[in-house]
Design a protein around this ligand. Sequence first.
Ligand code: EPZ
Length: 448
Amino acid sequence: MSTLSQDSSNQSAEAQSESAAKAKDEQPMLQIWGGRPLEGHVQVSGAKNSALVLMTGALLASEPCRLSNVPALADIARMGEILTALGVGITQGKHVLEIDPRHITKTSAPYELVSQLRASFFAIGPLLARMGEARVPLPGGCAIGARPVEIHVDGLKQMGAEVYIEHGTVHAYAKKLKGARIYMDYPSVGATETLMMAATLAEGETVLENAAQEPEVVDLANFCRSMGAQIQGAGTNTIVISGVPRLHGTDYQIVPDRIEAATFLTAGAITRSEITVEALVPGHLTAAIAKLKAIGCQLISDKPDALRIVPGDVLRGVDIETLPYPGFPTDMQALFVALLSLCEGSSVVTETVYENRLGHVPELKRMGADIKIKGNNAMIQGVPQLSGAPVTGTDLRASAAMVVAGLAAHGQTTVQGLHHLDRGYDNIEAKLRSLGAKIERIDPVAKV
Ligand code: EPZ
């Protein structure tokens, strides 16, 4: 290669890294001044992972539906855009959504929107059941794993649908779905939700075996039942759905977000602060409560929908293995890795649900955490303190772990990757400020 072309490729590489650095500098970030105690009460919003699937569930109804306790999140707005593209009427109020599915005009969801929101794939079930056809782009993988959807597809085929994948889109057709006994190879949350919704309008009875038992699955079943569906056993590993000819409208309140609740509880523990988290369901947090107690915190229910966390003087390491509900939730794993990095002794955290969900570890190590990754295990040795540093959230829950670690770290932490955080947290910095945290969102571009 001649020196001239060598020079120009060096220049373009330089220019590229310069523009990458510039783009990074222009990203909004959170600035956190850590090492301060928190105090007071904080309210949990409605659950993202329930709101998203209930929005698709509304497609089953022949009348308008009203959802309340809807969190203000980027993902909710995106799901609204997808439903609007199908011809559904969406009216957004303060934590309220009016969804009018009477005049669905399209049964194919647009790739450019679906590719940004995996949960929109779950719409294939209600669309197929209500309209007899659905074309939904394959969601594809994300930072935490390949996330295939074969359990969804196999289940729909067992209900008599013709399903094939062409040009990256799943095509599904069925004049009338038929009830079936479906054993799920893995208790997938999304597949349980897709098949449960499809079965509500199918002919006859469907039995889902080895089904997911998450609170969001139960919330979806309760929502469908409030529209007239016949569903038994949600919350257990066997769900029985007797199909009905049509579903009516409803007015439904979404359950609180147990992952957001755990985020605030770990914020209390990691800063050694006594705080109260409200508008939650303690029964949805059994695994997290058990681990926080084992670490050395007290969890007190002063009210049925609140938990007060009182960290002990010494917090000790524990081992955690993520599992489907009621096991320890994978969505809380990153938060607890951050907390355990400041607990005495050693801890092993094993991620069994996703193949690539330890992206937060290298970032925590930038803050001084002592963690080694071995396969899907994070081997943690507690350190006395973390120090503030510039870090980046690699996915939604990893971003929350950066924020929680930043609250405990000495000095200033800047967190980038907020496009991940905003997908799942409704105004987190204002809520943390209400607890006394010193945290600010800086948006360099907005500043210019
Ligand atoms: C839901 O995702 C949540 N998302 C996820 O929350 C959560 O991590 C997950 O359940 C597990 O609790 C929503 O509800 C929108 P799965 P989902 O199907 O339904 C494999 C967050 O942070 N699998 O239970 O996609 C899959 O690859 C997000 O809020 C198959 O192999 O999760 C994964 O490894 C992240 N084939 C495992 O099962 C399938 O057909 C669990 O996936 C389906 C899933």
